[in-house]
Design a protein around this ligand. Structure first.
Ligand code: XMP
Length: 403
């Protein structure tokens, strides 16, 4: 018997929210259109601001205005008679079977970035097909402190995943030499990433599938972009999007999950809280946080600043109360005094925000003592920094990243 609820959203605004509210009741819900319902085996349909033809399943018509306070329980459990079984453990059990059936005895490749999504994909695939999975981690030189070691320890040592670590630091710094334009940086990094990945993939024989951490919001967003409702503001939002010419069949096991559900799946797979609850980190890494030119020296300076900031957030028990935190280096220098000597060094900023899905964000209200402590530590431990600024701008008007 079907346990899936379809949502047809004529308002084009409320579908995602209804899906989340229904999933909170442990029932699978997918946003689709009238044609889409036919392809799904549905137990019922929620229609927002419109009408559809009745086809024998229960239909609930609601307006937008009433979504947030609506109680879906009666419709779900009495009319559609669905079971509340949408949870991480059941998802993992089912998805393992789906992956095994789809992949058979063939080989699968995945790009591991160290972020939550690709980590969960790798752990899930490994559980489903073991050594038929090979993961590639590209060390771009633009990552946070100890990131490559962290990925190796987690996946090679603990999970025993076949992992290839590619040291491409020099390639990335060479390609970024003299480049300050944010979009140019993103394009160079995106293209080079694909090039390096492709080079490594070609060395492996017999790979038929590529696993990617596409999420449900990516699918909903691309649908919106297709219909001209949203425009892409920044290129290369994901390490995914590897080229079609690689000729792999795609495995996208998270494509029906929201981010919080991905985290739950990660926990069910035994990934650590430190990994599962990490703050988002952009694909182009520290390059888009080094405003101006990206040199190995500047990235190293920023990496130290970032590590101190994160360390202090953990120590003050603030890391998990914040949605995203970041540090940047500005393309200006400022005068300072260090150990009694005049210096003329880099200026960094720190930023912390809360958000639901990154489309809007509010600044985190740190107390002054905390900020002062972080600033003192950065200036005393990082020789190349002489001034620390705190970013007090919400999104909008400012984006979360500086570039
Ligand atoms: P903005 O700066 O647009 O960022 O407010 C919204 C969220 O997206 C992340 N972000 C990226 N993620 N590749 C990514 O994987 C990127 O190029 C990229 N740019 C921004 C950003 O960190 C924030 O969480």
């Amino acid at each position: 018997m079907s346990n899936t609820i379809a949502i047809v959203d004529f308002s084009k605004r409320g579908g995602q929210l209804v899906a989340r509210l229904i999933r909170l009741q442990k029932v699978k819900a997918l946003v689709t259109n009238q044609q889409g319902i036919k392809k799904l085996d549905v137990a019922g349909v929620v229609v927002i601001d419109g009408e559809i033809e009745k086809q024998g399943y229960p239909v609930l018509n609601i307006s937008y205005d009433e979504i947030e306070s609506f109680d879906f329980s009666n419709f779900l459990f009495n009319e559609c008679k669905v079971q509340p079984n949408w949870d991480a453990t059941t998802f993992v059990e089912n998805e393992i079977k789906v992956i095994q059936k789809y992949v058979g005895d063939k080989e699968v490749l995945c790009a591991l970035s160290g972020g939550v999504d690709s980590s969960v994909v790798a752990a899930l695939l490994h559980k489903a097909i073991g050594n038929q999975l090979t993961a590639i981690f590209v060390d771009t030189g633009l990552l946070r402190e100890n990131e490559a070691e962290f990925v190796e320890t987690t996946f090679k040592d603990n999970f025993k995943v076949k992992l290839i670590v590619v040291d491409a630091k020099k390639d990335f710094f060479d390609a970024l030499k003299g480049v300050s334009n944010p979009e140019a940086k993103r394009k160079i990094i995106g293209n080079l990433f694909i090039e390096v990945f492709e080079r490594e993939a070609k060395k492996l024989k017999g790979i038929e599938f590529l696993a990617q951490g596409t999420l449900y919001t990516d699918i909903l967003e691309s649908v919106a972009i297709d219909s001209g409702e949203k425009v892409s503001i920044k290129s290369h939002h994901n390490v995914g999007g590897l080229p079609e010419k690689l000729n792999f069949k795609l495995v996208e096991p998270l494509k029906e999950l929201f981010k919080d559900e991905v985290r739950e799946v990660g926990k069910a797979l035994g990934l650590s809280d430190k990994l599962v609850y990490r703050h988002p980190f952009p694909g182009p890494g520290l390059a888009v946080r080094c405003i101006g030119e990206v040199t190995p020296q500047r990235v190293e300076t920023l990496r130290k600043v970032d590590a101190i900031f994160i360390d202090e957030l953990y120590k003050a028990d603030l890391y998990d109360k914040i949605w995203q935190s970041l540090a940047t280096l500005l393309p200006v220098k400022s005068v300072g005094v260090k150990e009694g000597r005049r210096v003329f060094e880099e200026v960094c900023t720190i930023r912390a925000i809360n958000s639901i899905d990154a489309t809007e964000a509010t600044i985190y209200p740190f107390d002054y003592q905390f900020l002062a402590k972080v600033s003192k530590r950065i200036c005393s431990e990082v020789d190349q920094v002489s001034r620390v600024l705190y970013d007090i701008t919400d999104k909008p008007p400012s984006t979360i990243e500086w570039e």
